[in-house]
Ligand binder design. Structure first.
Ligand code: CU
Length: 68
């Protein structure tokens, strides 16, 4: 299992966090997505076939790009 915490400045409220969770959880291999609207960070845990590249490209596609 791999794990990363990403900063997503476009998060403005809990609704954004819910949207991100819903979209990322559709990726095969994603195990858990936690988000915080105050810190504007999400923590993702995954196994293959999910990859950090896939997670970041999905975030970009839904207009919540990660800065790191
Ligand atoms: Cu929002």
């Amino acid at each position: 299992m791999e794990k990363i915490t990403l900063s997503i400045p476009a998060i403005s409220c809990e609704h954004c966090v819910m949207t991100i969770k819903r979209e990322l959880e559709e990726i095969k291999g994603i195990k858990e997505v936690e988000g915080n609207a105050t810190t504007k960070k999400i923590t993702v845990q995954w196994d293959l076939p999910a990859t950090v590249e896939k997670i970041k490209s999905t975030l970009k596609e839904i207009n919540y790009p990660a800065t790191d």
